[in-house]
Design a protein around this ligand. Sequence first.
Ligand code: 4AD
Ligand code: MG
Length: 500
Amino acid sequence: MLSHRLKKTFTRPTRDVAHQIRRFATKPEAIKLDLSPCVRGILTDVQDPDTPIDISGWVSSSRISKNVAFLDIKDGTTYEGIQCVIRPPSLLPSDIKNGTGVQVKGIWSEGKGKQKYEVHVNGTNQGNVDVLGPVDELFPMIKSSHSAQYLRTIPEYRWRDQSLAAILRFRSQVETTLVNFFDSQMFIKTHPPLVTASDCEGAGELFKIESSSKLKNDEQFFGKDAYLTVSTQLHLEVICAALSRVWTLTPCFRAEESDTNRHLSEFWMLEAEIAFVDHVSQLTKFSEKMIKSVVKNLADDHNGMGSNLINTVDKATAQIMIDRWEMLLSKDWDSITYTEAIKIIQDAVDSKLVEFDTRPIWGDSLKSEHEKWLAGKYFKNPVFVTDYPLEEKAFYMKINEKIAEEAGTTVACFDLLVPDIGELIGGSMREHDLQKLKNEIERRGMDTTPLNWYLKLRENGSVPHGGFGMGFERLLQYLSCTENIRDVIPFPRSARNCLC
Ligand code: 4AD
Ligand code: MG
């Protein structure tokens, strides 16, 4: 009945509604509903010469001579700018500096120099320049180049730096590529919680959370201890047990004090969980395909993804990037077991091929220096290391049948190591047998209570499954050859560093 009434209203508007619509449409001062054109849009959808055009952005450079002034306008939607040619230069407001927010009205014209097109501003009917947001003399971004360290001290302005802005555009494009990749593989993007009652990795790196009003008394907001998640895996497994192929990209939080160029306290992790897989190699192959889908878009310059990065760095860095992308696509990535990795490292140390702070023996964790050497120098490409010792890894990993050559028990897991960064992905098969999982939790002396819900998952319809987590910033850092992880996330957080 209701839907019938609605249909009637919309197909045949009452006289009242029709009158309202007419009144609005013909009102001369009707609000402008379209967005004003952005630089990327103007350069993609090129107008015919002699069309009036309206550009809003920030001045990235200016040059004034006796007869003419040039303004380069950028708005951050692309690395490219639009040159405005102003004649006579007296049309230029006096307070123009780099970083000034402006609106330029002029005529779209064929360019005379390097630019294919430019905007001519020639006076009253032929355009003008309006200042929307002036900058003062002390504005640090008037200078065009600053060190990355200095820029980190001015978080409110640093993304106005052209190379850094390119990183944020890149970040957005990588996410879009991954959304499309997972969609093409029939995965469901899902949204696990960031507030959790369990320590997924069991490494004790949790941030505890409490409402500030409850801190004064002994009450707890959630009625129990609650934390910011270190990994959404456990919740993702719940959803995987219903939807088979799921993924997510969320912030994760770790109270690690390590002050390195690849650690953050708040970082984004891409996690995928897949039902009905039996072997770690299915996970490694899949994750290789996932990363290559991003690299392929870069190498093909899909949507200007590659040129966005290349055109905002110096020539030498651009070449390093291009070589890296080509190398990543050039062949299938190697995969070795942890036991083989230890042997390779020991042999290299013993034959004085390389020196490390520590010479690892079976059972030790691989240190960052070992990981970077294996990928960067030995394989010169990403390499999967599988089947680590049980004691090195988290409780949920599936235990392998023991192989004679191994000095101890291993689990069905993998790390993806990449040159310069080290670990980019950690993943594993999950123990889906209730009793075996219980035994392992007890053996480790862990409290089972916070994990009861997770164990219950194994009571009904529990099937073989596995998954992985990839540090999103580490991927961006690696592909864009950025030295410090703090420069690929808008507002980096690490110990004693939460500037705004
Ligand atoms: O190896 P991790 O600890 O694996 C997990 O948390 C699993 N539960 C994931 C899963 O199977 N769903 O973390 C995964 C990745 C690391 O390989 C690394 O790239 C990144 O997360 N990572 C960090 N990135 C930046 N800063 C930190 N502090 C990071 N800690 C881990
Ligand atoms: Mg790991």
